[in-house]
Design a protein around this ligand. Structure first.
Ligand SMILES: Cc1ncc(C[n+]2csc(CCOP(=O)(O)OP(=O)(O)O)c2C)c(N)n1
Ligand SMILES: [Mg+2]
Length: 342
C-alpha cells in the first residue's frame, strides 16, 4: 500500500519483505563496488594500475544482490569482470586495489591481477578470463556440494556473449541432468567485446530463451533493481538447497564504460548510455530507500563512510611494498595430493 505525502510516495513498511537492514546492506554493497571501481579507474589514469581491467560500473545491483543473498560456504565463480562479485563476498577494497596495483598487500600478493581475483576463504573460487570456461567448473563444485551434502550452492556469473559458447550448453545440460545446486547468472549488458549481442544471437534473450532446452524455467529480471535481483536469487538458492536443481537467471543491465580500459565504446548508438544512466542501479535504489521512508541523510552517511574507507585503502596500497621476488616460485603447482596414485 502506498500513501502520498507532500514529499514523496511513502510505502507501507509492513509490505517490505526484504527489511531495512538488508536494504541498507544492498545499498552499501553497491556503493562499495561503485566507489572502488571508480578509484581503480583513477589509479589506472595515474599509471598505478598496470594492464587492462574490466569494470562493472552500472551493473552493481547484480553482484550486490547475489553477494547479500549468498551465505558463507556458497561458492562464487567470476569472469575477468569480477571485481564486483569479489567485493560482494566481503573481500576488502584494500585487497582488491592492492592486487590491481601489484602490491604485496594484494589479494594474491599481486600475482593474479584484475582478471584472476580469487579468495577461497571468502568462497570466491576464481575469476576466469576464458569465456565460458568456469561454467563446467561451477558444475564440478556443485557436484562436490551435492555429494558431500553441505547444502552449499555454486553461483556462476557470466555475460550475454558467453551463451553462444559450447561450454554454456554443456554445463546447463549437465547441471540439469544431475539436478546440481548451481545458479547460472547471465548479466546481459547488451554487448559482448565490441559487438551487440542481438546481432549474433538467434533469440532475443540469450540465456532465458534457451532455458527451456534444458527443462529450466525462463527467468528474466531487471538487473538494475537490487530488490528484484535479491528476490530472484533467494528463490534460486531455496530451490538449489532443497535439491531441486539449477536455475538460469538472465539479468538485464548495461555497462557504463567500454568493454575494457582500451575501449571508448564508440559502437554504441547515441543516447543509449544516457537512457540507461537514468536507470542507474544506485540512483534507483536510493529512490527506493526513500520511498520506504529512510532518510536521505542515512544514505549520505553511508556514501561518506564508504568514501573514507576507499581513500584509506588507496593510501594503504600506495604505501605498500611490491612483493618480494621469491614469491615467483610459490603457489605455482598444486600437487593435488599424490597418495591416491600409490
Ligand atoms: C573462449 C574465448 N573467446 C574469446 C575471448 C575474448 N573475449 C574476451 S571478453 C569477450 C566478450 C564477452 O562478452 P560477454 O560474455 O557478454 O561478457 P561482458 O564482457 O559483456 O561482461 C570476448 C569475446 C575469450 N576471452 N575467450
Ligand atoms: Mg556482455
Amino acid at each position: 500500500m502506498a500513501k502520498k505525502t507532500a514529499e514523496a510516495t511513502v510505502l507501507d513498511r509492513s509490505n517490505d519483505d526484504i527489511g531495512e537492514a538488508v536494504r541498507l546492506e544492498l545499498y552499501r554493497k553497491q556503493q562499495v563496488i561503485r566507489q572502488a571501481e571508480q578509484r581503480a579507474y583513477d589509479l589506472f589514469l595515474q599509471n598505478l594500475v598496470k594492464g587492462t581491467s574490466h569494470l562493472s560500473l552500472g551493473q552493481e545491483a547484480i553482484a550486490a544482490a547475489f553477494g547479500t543473498a549468498m551465505r558463507p560456504g556458497d561458492l562464487s565463480f567470476c569472469t575477468y569482470r569480477g571485481h564486483a562479485h569479489t567485493l560482494a563476498r566481503g573481500v576488502s577494497v584494500e585487497s582488491v586495489l592492492g592486487e590491481l596495483m601489484q602490491r604485496d598487500n594484494g589479494l594474491m600478493r599481486g600475482k593474479g591481477g584484475s582478471m584472476h581475483l580469487t579468495s577461497v576463504e571468502h568462497g570466491v573460487m576464481g575469476s576466469y578470463a576464458i569465456i565460458g570456461a568456469h561454467l563446467p567448473i561451477a558444475c564440478g563444485a556443485a557436484l562436490t556440494a551435492q555429494y558431500k551434502g553441505t547444502g552449499d550452492v555454486a553461483v556462476c556469473f557470466f555475460g550475454d556473449g558467453t551463451t553462444n559458447i559450447g561450454a554454456f550448453h554443456e554445463a546447463l545440460n549437465f547441471a540439469a541432468i544431475w539436478k546440481l545446486p548451481v545458479v547460472f547468472v547471465c548479466e546481459n549488458n547488451l554487448y559482448m567485446e565490441y559487438t551487440a549481442i542481438h546481432e549474433v544471437t538467434a533469440v532475443k534473450h540469450p540465456a532465458a530463451d534457451r532455458a527451456a532446452a534444458y527443462g529450466l524455467e525462463r527467468i528474466v529480471v531487471d538487473g538494475n533493481d537490487a530488490d528484484a535481483v535479491y528476490r530472484t536469487a533467494q528463490a534460486a538458492f531455496a530451490k538449489a538447497r532443497a535439491g531441486d536443481g539449477p536455475s538460469l537467471i538472465e539479468c538485464l543491465t548495461y555497462r557504463h564504460s567500454g568493454h575494457s580500459r582500451a575501449d571508448p565504446a564508440k559502437y554504441r548508438p547515441e543516447g543509449e548510455l544516457e537512457r540507461w544512466k537514468e536507470r542507474d542501479p544506485i540512483k534507483v535504489y536510493r529512490e527506493r530507500l526513500k520511498s520506504f521512508g529512510i532518510a536521505e541523510s542515512v544514505m549520505t552517511s553511508i556514501d561518506q563512510e564508504v568514501a573514507r574507507m576507499v581513500d584509506a585503502a588507496t593510501e594503504a596500497c600506495k604505501a605498500a611494498p611490491m612483493p618480494p621476488e621469491d614469491i615467483l616460485f610459490t603457489d605455482v603447482y598444486a600437487d593435488g595430493g599424490w597418495a591416491w596414485r600409490n
